[in-house]
Structure formats: C-alpha cells, structure tokens
Design a protein around this ligand. Structure first.
Ligand SMILES: [Zn+2]
Ligand SMILES: [Zn+2]
Ligand SMILES: [Zn+2]
Ligand SMILES: [Zn+2]
Ligand SMILES: [Zn+2]
Ligand SMILES: [Zn+2]
Ligand SMILES: [Zn+2]
Length: 258
C-alpha cells in the first residue's frame, strides 16, 4: 500500500527546536540523529550516510571517522527530538476543508500515521490508480471500477464489471428445476436431477417391445405402463413381426445349406 513520505514536520513548540537538534547537512531537525567524534555536530542518519560516501570525516569540523571512532547515535538528541510536539504530517498536504486534528510527541507520530484518517492511500484494487484519504477509502472501494466480488456459489473472485455475466453463467449457481418439480440444485447438477425428476417427460419403457410411442411425466409412467390393454395390441404386433423375421431367417438358412 502506498504512503506519502513527509520531510518537514510542523513542530508546535519551535522554541524547543534548538540548534543542537538541527542536522548540519540538511538544516532540518535531524532524523535518527548521529553525532561526529567531537560530539559537536548532529546529522540525520541518511544525510551522514550520503556524506560518508565522499569522505570518512565530519562534513563540518572534519574530524576523522575511523573504525575506533565511528559515527555515534546521539541518544540525547534523539530523546529531545522525540519529545517535540508535532501536528499530523498530513496537515500540510490536505486540500480538504477539514484536516487531521491530532497533535502529539514526534515519537508517537508513526503510530498515529498507521491509523490517521487523513493519510492518502492508494486503492488496493489491482488496476486502480486512485489515491484516496483513508477516511474515504471504504466509500471508494464500494464504487471502485476495479473492485471485485466473491461469488457466493463458487467462491471465485470476479471483477465487478463481470458480476452479472458471472451470476447468469456460474455452474454452481442454484437453479429451480425447469420442470417446476420444486427441486433446487446447482446448475452443473441438472442432468443428474433430470434422471430422477418426477416431472421430467420420458418415453414409455416399452417403446421397442410394444411399439408404444407414449411420452409422459416420470411420476405418471407407472400408471401408463400398468395399462396392459393398450400395450397388449402393440406387443402382439411385435410378436407377429418377430415370427415373420424368424421364418425368413430359417428359409434363408435352408437356401444356404441345402
Ligand atoms: Zn539532514
Ligand atoms: Zn563535527
Ligand atoms: Zn493525522
Ligand atoms: Zn480503486
Ligand atoms: Zn460463481
Ligand atoms: Zn425436477
Ligand atoms: Zn407405453
């Protein structure tokens, strides 16, 4: 997540910002203050690191830094700087009519920035470049064009612009049986359901044996097949046909083997 970096804090007790706390290189209140061997000069850690790339000496009094005499952290300066009162870093950035009202010790600023409602953050949605104050983030995320949703049926994460399309085609969406039998099942399960659905229209199981072309709902089929009379005629006709076929086969065989 993106956060702005802030250079200059607005100190609310400038009388306490004494010269001894000012970095001899950048002239700002030193951050992570280091001191030279003479203990006279204070630097930001980052300013000193840059300067040491040029020469291993105090850029101010030129006292040498050696292995025996390395730059030291200035705990006193650090303690004094941390106790300075600052306002929230976002105040200088804000073009909002309202701004963060927080003030506190510099040492507490980091903790505050982690929760500050006025901190500009980048939208976490992939593909979205918006930078939004934390206090507006929930609102933005609910409307962000790059937001996504998790399908309740298949648990897939889908981009919001494809929401409707997904909901209409998700294999796991729960559908009503097309035969209005009252059953509900995941779409991918439909063929298994139709094999047992009492309202599915099926053929009479005697379509071959009794040449019955009846189509009816599954739950009515037993009533239909129980009607022996209507199948009997078809059955006789089939027997008749089969007998003829047998006759033909026999006479054919006789011709062959005689
Ligand atoms: Zn500095
Ligand atoms: Zn020095
Ligand atoms: Zn704040
Ligand atoms: Zn966004
Ligand atoms: Zn789905
Ligand atoms: Zn059904
Ligand atoms: Zn039948």
């Amino acid at each position: 997540m993106f956060t702005m970096t802030f250079k200059r804090h607005s100190f609310l007790n400038p009388d306490k910002v004494i010269d001894e706390l000012i970095c001899a290189i950048c002239q700002e209140v030193a951050s992570s203050p280091m001191r030279c061997g003479n203990a006279e000069h204070i630097f930001c850690n980052s300013c000193l690191v840059e300067s040491l790339k040029q020469k291993q000496q105090c850029p101010h009094c030129r006292c040498k830094f050696t292995l025996e005499n390395p730059p030291q952290k200035s705990r006193l300066a650090e303690a004094l700087i941390n106790s300075l009162t600052v306002s929230c870093d976002t105040v200088s950035l804000s073009n909002d009519p309202v701004s963060c009202q927080w003030t506190g010790k510099l040492s507490d600023l980091d903790q505050h920035m982690r929760v500050c409602d006025f901190l500009p953050l980048s939208c976490p949605n992939k593909g979205c470049d918006e930078i939004v104050l934390r206090r507006h983030m929930d609102n933005h995320r609910s409307k962000c064009p790059e937001r996504s949703f998790t399908c309740v049926d298949c648990h897939e994460v889908v981009k919001c612009t494809l929401k409707e399309e997904h909901e209409e085609t998700c294999e796991y969406r729960v559908v009503d049986c097309r035969n209005t039998c009252g059953a509900r099942f995941p779409f991918f399960d439909r063929y298994d359901h139709f094999k047992i659905c009492p309202f599915e229209v099926i053929e009479c199981p005697f379509i071959k044996s009794a040449k019955c072309g009846y189509l009816g709902k599954r739950y009515q089929m037993s009533e239909h097949t129980a009607d022996i009379a209507s199948h009997f005629v078809g059955l006789l006709r089939k027997v008749e046909e089969l007998s003829l076929e047998v006759e033909e086969l026999k006479s054919g065989q006789q011709t062959t083997f005689r």
